[in-house]
Design a protein around this ligand. Structure first.
Ligand SMILES: O=C(O)CCC(=O)C(=O)O
Ligand SMILES: [Fe+2]
Length: 297
């Protein structure tokens, strides 16, 4: 077959927006570590535009092939406290039987200073019902703030920490999950002060940087902090600002972790759900006037 014919036979790549403010389904791409440059660029550009990309039928992927694909978009990094899945370089396995139920609105690993720019999540085992994930667009959330709240948000800084009261937030969590949180996830306390409004380093857009790792707003009482966080989170998680995905086995979802928050719905009780996650190295955030995040101690 000539090169020309091969090109003609190539499946057409399509990027189809699926809701008003966030998310697109991508078809015609088989994700592998040897994806060509042109297709990789399509994925990168679509991600900056839509913030979350959904790919069905990627059942060919193994952990190592997922890592190989991830390397095309950036530098894979391991979680700072949770050990990587055995036999892999950087994969974080989220197993519902081991407390892997991320049922709080968050951006990944924001307690670190240069938290991941992108997350690539693959469904390995999905429950018969439930277990959807929802993403929210933090650029659109900022854009939809009234001017007075934009001005307020721009002046705020927040302390993000991996040391929060896990058990109080999840009164029904199993003892094993609470222990795992304490002994693994928060084994080493990591805290960072980030601006509440982060300038996206690639698009220049303003994003709201909050989520469940926020301990408090700098300089405010815990009560005032809680009110303000709730106020901004309300704009972030407004349903019009979100997209919800019903997983099938072998789906891959890629999100821009600098422009989104997400929530894994914990509505499948004892059923088993397993996900494989790779995160890519991010950069230190800065705000509209160029002030950078700093370690907090
Ligand atoms: O389990 C999910 O759907 C999402 C889990 C999560 O928060 C993550 O992978 O970062
Ligand atoms: Fe997450």
């Amino acid at each position: 077959m000539s090169i020309l014919n091969e090109k003609e036979n190539k499946t057409k790549v399509e990027v189809k927006q699926v809701s008003g403010r966030i998310g697109a389904v991508v078809t015609g791409i088989k994700l592998t570590g040897s994806l060509d440059e042109e297709t990789t660029k399509i994925v990168e550009n679509a991600l900056l535009k839509h913030k979350v990309l959904f790919f069905r039928n990627q059942t060919h992927l193994t952990d190592s092939e997922q890592e190989a694909f991830a390397r095309l978009l950036g530098e894979p990094i391991s979680h700072p406290t949770v050990p990587v899945k055995e036999g892999t370089k950087h994969i974080l396995e989220l197993d519902s039987d081991k407390g892997g139920r991320a049922d709080a609105w968050h951006t990944d690993v924001t307690f670190t200073i240069d938290y991941p720019k992108i997350t690539i999540l693959r469904s390995v085992k999905v429950p018969e019902f439930g277990g959807d994930t929802v993403w929210a667009n933090t650029v659109e959330a900022y854009e939809h703030l009234p001017e007075s709240l934009k001005t307020l948000a721009q002046q705020l800084w927040a302390v993000h920490s991996n040391d929060f009261d896990y058990a109080a937030r999840r009164p029904t969590a199993k003892k094993e999950a609470v222990e795992r949180y304490k002994n693994v996830f928060a084994s080493k306390v990591i805290e960072t002060e980030h601006p509440v409004v982060r300038t996206h380093p690639e698009t220049g857009e303003q994003t709201l940087l909050l989520g469940s790792f926020v301990k408090r707003i700098s300089g405010l009482s815990s009560s005032a902090s809680a009110h303000l966080i709730a106020l901004f989170q309300e704009y972030i998680t407004k349903l019009e600002n979100t997209v919800r995905w019903q997983w099938q086995e072998g789906d891959v979802v890629i999100w821009d972790n600098r422009a989104t928050q997400h929530y894994a719905i914990n509505d499948y009780e004892g059923a088993h759900r397993v996900m494989s996650r790779v995160t890519l190295k991010g950069s230190i955030p800065y705000n509209i006037v160029g002030e950078e995040s700093k370690p907090y101690s």
